[in-house]
Write a protein that binds this ligand. Structure first.
Ligand code: ZN
Ligand code: ZN
Length: 584
């Protein structure tokens, strides 16, 4: 059945592309085309340009009105038209990927503008704090020029919020609350933070900062009024749930999978069931080791939970959290090299650092890669500090990232997860690929990396896990993986099936063994985003199943390193495009 599905997709895509009449242009023209396209893209989306380190349009704050939306649609239509002049079949693999990524991007424009319409309900979309910060990061110009850019940018703020107020026709409560708290941060940046400091240092006139702050305050007051009317029952807020129909369409555009949202929801339910069965088997084996002299628990979910709670007590000391991560990175690298799992690049070391102050400030781990206009910059592994945690919160966090899950976290974020994928993606000089990465491929690769590390014997790695800890390692790996699977179930259930908060928390805490704080945080994230939480499992599912097919086809000739290197050589487009190009 899977094979049929793929061939249908294969046919339909090529049918669409080959029925065009004037498709005569090839590779040579395509490079020129992408250059013009990107330059135009930045003119169309100055804020996006600034955010990736392209500073030519830093002084422009676009007014989010109907005129701008019409403009955007004509931009998309124009470029979708130009794409038709290329002979897709004659393009090189890199150009094919770029072609499809651009097409995907442009096809989303009318959906967001005409159907999704978040400008009518998501108040948090009206915040340019991140862009302001990026404007100050311009290393190619003087501070005086940066201030000049900021002044011109900020001059548009009153008009911007006038339009924002008119746009917001049916705000949700959740995004309104988020906007109120985030916009306070933007005001702080103008009054006391980065921007205020810059003006003070340069002895610049701060009137533009004062005026912009006043406009933002006016918008916050407007939102606070809306919120109090919602609380008083005078206004009925829009449900944050986007509903089955919009969710399905957004899923198709953003995840760009061979499967639709409902199919992936079903796949995730099945996966959850088989994972729970595996975990039950392992936990039963571990019972007497961790709960000696205790009669075995009859409820299978409770049995798993009790064993997990005991295993999780093995964690590093609070002050050793970062040094433990630093210790593990070279061990992971050696393992990947010795087992020949994927090509590593010793010339681009990963720098582990304490999470900088301006980042979220919540403990956690993330990868920061240099932007497409700063290829030689460092890649950082940011480790959140536990310094501000109460002893209880720190203990809970350390149990969550215990000796075993911390290894999976390092695999996921760093080696051979996100960091290794990034190194490979950066080898291809394609700006389009860097700009339009598919989130499902990126997260899917990280989950797939966790999986192949375990299959290749990471659980018995003597430098970290004594051999007899294999069961513990697998149990915690499954718990981590189950979180990704449940992300899909939650996202779909909440937005398409009207799942309640109570049921969502029950799913996460009782059926996926998560800590309360983690489950609460995930609920909040699911109310503010849509579809993104599906990227983890969908990407994994497609990559893992595709590898199975290739393995079966190649038999003895299958080589994991060759497969992985090749998979990463396309950049990070949706898996459905990689499947078409892989064998060619
Ligand atoms: Zn402890
Ligand atoms: Zn990730």
């Amino acid at each position: 059945m899977k094979v049929t599905k793929i061939s249908v997709l294969f046919l339909s895509l090529f049918a669409i592309l080959s029925c065009e009449k004037k498709a005569t242009r090839g590779d040579a023209d395509f490079s020129q085309f992408t250059q013009t396209f990107v330059e135009d893209l930045w003119k169309q989306y100055p804020g996006w340009a600034t955010s990736v380190g392209y500073h030519k349009y830093d002084s422009i704050l676009v007014i989010p009105d109907e005129n701008t939306r019409q403009n955007e649609i004509s931009f998309a239509t124009r470029y979708l038209d130009s794409l038709k002049s290329f002979q897709f079949d004659s393009l090189s693999a890199i150009h094919k990927t770029e072609f499809l990524l651009i097409k995907n991007q442009l096809e989303g424009v009318s959906f967001y503008s005409k159907e999704f319409k978040s400008y009518e309900w998501d108040a948090s979309g009206y915040n340019f704090g991140g862009t302001l910060f990026e404007i100050t990061q311009n290393k190619e110009t003087s501070k005086a020029q940066i201030i000049n850019n900021l002044n011109r940018y900020l001059a548009n703020v009153p008009k911007y919020y006038e339009v924002a107020k008119a746009n917001l026709k049916n705000p949700t409560k959740e995004h309104t609350e988020l906007a109120i708290s985030q916009l306070a941060g933007t005001i702080d940046m103008l009054r006391n933070g980065e921007i205020a400091k810059l003006y003070k240092e340069e002895k610049a006139d701060t009137t533009p900062l004062v005026n912009a702050s006043k406009s933002i305050e006016g918008f916050i007051a407007h939102l606070t009024q809306i919120k109090s009317e919602m609380d008083a029952g005078k206004i009925k807020p829009k449900d944050f749930r986007i509903g089955k129909d919009l969710f399905a369409k957004k899923f198709d555009l953003e995840i760009a999978s061979s499967y639709n949202a409902e199919q992936m929801y079903q796949n995730a339910l099945n996966r959850k069931q088989s994972l729970t069965a595996e975990m039950h088997t392992i936990a039963t084996r571990l019972w007497t080791k961790y709960l000696p002299n205790t009669p075995i628990e009859k409820d299978s979910l409770l049995l798993i939970k009790k064993v997990i709670d005991k295993v999780a007590l093995q964690h590093c000391a609070r002050e050793k959290f970062q040094s433990e991560i630093e210790r593990e990175i070279p061990i992971l690298t050696n393992f990947v090299n010795e087992k020949n799992l994927v090509t590593m690049d010793p010339t681009k070391p990963l720098v582990v650092r304490k999470e900088p102050e301006w980042m979220a400030g919540v403990a956690g781990a993330s990868i920061s890669s240099p932007g497409p206009y700063d290829k030689n910059g460092n890649t950082y592994y940011n480790v959140g500090s536990l310094a501000k945690y109460t002893p209880e919160a720190a203990e809970s966090y350390l149990r969550e990232y215990n000796n075993f899950t911390l290894q999976i976290l390092n695999i996921h974020e760093a080696i051979p997860g996100h960091y290794v994928q990034l190194i490979h993606a950066n080898k291809s000089p394609s700006l389009i690929q860097t700009l339009m990465q598919n989130g499902a491929f990126v997260e899917g690769w990280a989950l797939y990396a966790e999986r192949f590390m375990m299959e290749e014997g990471w659980d018995k790695n003597t430098s970290i896990n004594p051999k007899e800890m294999s069961d513990e390692m697998w149990l915690m790996y499954y718990k981590f993986h189950l979180r990704g699977v449940c992300n899909t179930i939650l996202d779909y259930s909440i937005h398409s099936l009207n799942m309640s908060k109570e049921n969502a928390l029950n799913l996460m805490m009782n059926e996926a063994f998560q800590e309360k704080s983690e489950a609460e945080g995930k609920w909040k994230r699911a109310t503010l985003t849509q579809v993104q939480l599906c990227s983890y499992f969908t990407g994994f599912y497609e990559i893992y199943n595709f590898r199975k097919e290739v393995k079966e086809k190649m038999g003895d000739k299958f080589n994991l390193k060759e497969f992985n290197d090749k998979l990463l050589s396309f950049g990070a487009p949706p898996m459905k495009y990689i499947k078409e190009m892989f064998g060619k």
